[in-house]
Design a protein around this ligand. Structure first.
Ligand code: AMP
Ligand code: TRP
Length: 352
């Protein structure tokens, strides 16, 4: 445990000052976007020197909606390489399916969660409404996410705004399990960036930028070439007022561009006020292109040596499995199972 008293950003004030663990997850359902970078990856990178950080490409989560096996594998490898290129190279990184404790703990948490609370999840309602038939795993998805977090006794979870409800459920499940069976889990907190915690789609600024939308017109992927980024920003939907000011409720398009610019440059949105929408878009495009340039360079370098990323992932999975095993065993023990390898006599007889 290391003290964070000197380096804690304002969003942590008032809570945890000794942090042991950070966990974040990224779905390989599509290609990583600017939303992923600003909402979660960058905050996770920033935590690396102050805590023990783990992250996973959560491939099991990508099976909750219709998928193509070959595309999933390709996206998984791309995401794992790209996350390293983004700077998540001083963390323990791995593929979720290679650490079986995630799925095993998810089952125990399914025996803790209630159907009603899962049916109330906003993301479930949105996604379930889109398809004719839904996989059972779409409903239980947040329980697997809770297992990802709880299996590492995670203190902090860097996530975008869209995951607040899932994180709240994770906390509820941890508390419920602990109350019912004894203190096994740490109750985690979210870390949300002050700006760009919800990057919106450039073409439809009232919905979040997502890697799995049907139209890519308003999405910036981290590996998009500069000219494609410039074109997407130039096409971004604004409004007819013509005034550059930050007001997400009435001016979602312009405010989204200001938030992106501000997140890229570190200057507050009311301090970055180009005179026209055209000038704003030009500044946003250049700021994003410049921010992504070193990431894309590193990606190309890493992608040229897949064996190196494979080693990174194999080592990561081994270390993550080692950390997760005692927590899974504690949960199994608490709930009344007999964890393997502990010997039977310690449990004594029954009926007295
Ligand atoms: P996902 O793409 O759903 O696997 O999300 C991975 C991480 O990126 C999660 O922490 C999300 O909350 C975050 N994220 C995804 N989309 C956005 C967005 N448009 N703005 C901010 N954060 C996002
Ligand atoms: N559900 C998250 C999302 O869609 C991805 C995720 C899965 C995750 N497990 C996690 C994020 C654990 C943080 C921690 O964005």
């Amino acid at each position: 445990m290391r003290s964070l008293a000197t380096a804690a950003p304002s969003s942590w004030k008032g809570h945890i000052m000794t942090i042991t663990r950070v966990f974040s997850g990224y779905q390989p359902t599509g290609r990583l976007t600017l939303g992923n970078l600003l909402g979660s990856i960058r905050p996770a990178v920033a935590l690396q020197d102050r805590a023990e950080c783990l992250y996973a490409v959560v491939d099991l989560h990508a099976l909750t909606v219709q998928h193509d096996p070959a595309a999933l594998r390709a996206r998984t490898i791309e995401a794992a390489t790209l996350l390293r290129a983004c700077g998540l190279d001083r963390s323990i990184g791995y593929l979720q399916s290679q650490v079986t404790a995630h799925a095993e703990l998810a089952y125990l948490l399914e025996c803790t969660a209630h159907v009603g609370e899962l049916q109330r999840m906003i993301q479930y309602k949105q996604k379930a409404g889109q398809a004719r038939v839904n996989r059972v795993s779409l409903l239980t998805y947040p329980v697997l996410m809770a297992a990802d977090i709880l299996v590492h006794r995670t203190d902090l979870v860097p996530v975008g705004d869209d995951q607040r409800q899932h994180l709240e459920l994770t906390r509820d499940l941890a508390v419920r399990f602990n109350r019912s069976y004894g203190e096994v889990f740490t109750v985690p907190d979210g870390v949300h960036p002050p700006l760009a915690a919800r990057v919106m789609d450039l073409a439809e600024p009232t919905v979040k930028m997502s890697k799995s939308t049907t139209s890519d017109a308003g999405v910036i992927h981290l590996l998009d070439p500069p000219e494609q980024i410039r074109a997407a920003v130039a096409r971004a939907v604004t409004d007819s007022e013509g005034q550059v000011r930050y007001d997400p409720d009435t001016k979602p398009g312009v405010s989204n561009l200001l938030a992106i610019l501000s997140a890229c440059t570190g200057v507050a949105p009311d301090q970055v006020a180009p005179s026209s929408y055209r000038a704003l878009k030009a500044e946003v495009a250049e700021a994003v292109v410049e921010m992504l340039r070193p990431i894309q360079d590193r990606y190309r370098h890493l992608a040229a040596d897949p064996a190196d990323t494979e080693r990174f992932l194999v080592d990561g999975a081994a270390r993550a499995a080692e950390l997760a095993a005692p927590v899974l065993a504690a949960a199994q023990d608490a709930i009344g199972l007999v964890p393997a390898g502990r010997g039977l006599p310690v449990y004594g007889g029954v009926g007295n």
